[in-house]
Design a protein around this ligand. Structure first.
Ligand code: AKG
Ligand code: FE2
Length: 202
């Protein structure tokens, strides 16, 4: 067997300690990435996200969608949403993530950032329904954006640019020890779509 046969699926940990984040770079051709970007922009039933800030219900500019292998419940801002069933295209994307990461996923949160003015604040994905220490696979289509990790206690930062058609896997102790954020930027004028495949445990 050629020792380097699987080099395309090989990736170093970009975190220095307390977690594992593998960046695989572009895992789809330009043509496939453009196809998925167009499909996701036009065929996903995007909805404005809701947040309660100082007791007021705010609709975020960023849009979201929620898919899975069954109608998982997802409650936030005291509203309950139900996952829609996979489309064939989302299943294809899920299988690609599973093949490369060697993990399985049963749901996906999609985010649409219309341009660089939209981003996501520091948080970690440690919701109680998510499998503990389970892997999260993050696919990016469209505009390339900077993504940041910040250690919860040492405050160390790690930054990476997420390219069109790229895959990032967060696993192990990452959510326990690190926050992540998508900073807004005036440089980006075009949309970016992010899909995070996750494992829900009921
Ligand atoms: O847009 C991204 O790259 C990250 C999205 C994210 O962190 C999330 O949905 O939890
Ligand atoms: Fe996240």
């Amino acid at each position: 067997m050629n020792l380097f046969e699987d080099l395309s699926e090989y990736s170093l940990n970009i975190l220095p300690h307390d977690g594992t984040v593998n960046y695989y770079g572009k895992v789809f051709t330009k043509e496939k990435s453009d196809f998925f970007c167009d499909y996701l922009l036009n065929q996903i039933p995007w909805e404005n996200d809701e947040a309660v800030i100082f007791g007021k219900l705010i609709l975020t500019k960023r849009k979201v969608a929620w898919f899975g292998e069954k109608a998982f419940e997802y409650t936030y801002s005291k509203r309950t949403k139900y996952a829609k069933f996979w489309t064939p295209e989302l299943l294809e994307l899920k299988e690609k993530c599973e093949e490369i990461s060697g993990e399985t996923y049963n749901s996906c949160l999609l985010n649409l950032y219309h341009d660089g003015s939209e981003g996501m604040a520091y948080h970690s994905d440690g919701e109680k329904d998510l499998k503990k220490h389970g892997a999260i696979a993050s696919l990016t289509f469209g505009a390339e954006r900077k993504f940041l990790f910040k250690h919860k206690t040492t405050k160390e930062k790690v930054e990476i640019f997420l390219e069109n058609g790229s895959l990032l896997i967060m696993k192990g102790l990452t959510q326990e020890n690190w926050l992540h954020r998508l900073p807004p930027t005036t440089k980006v004028k075009t949309p970016r779509i992010n899909l995070t495949f996750r494992t829900i445990e009921e």
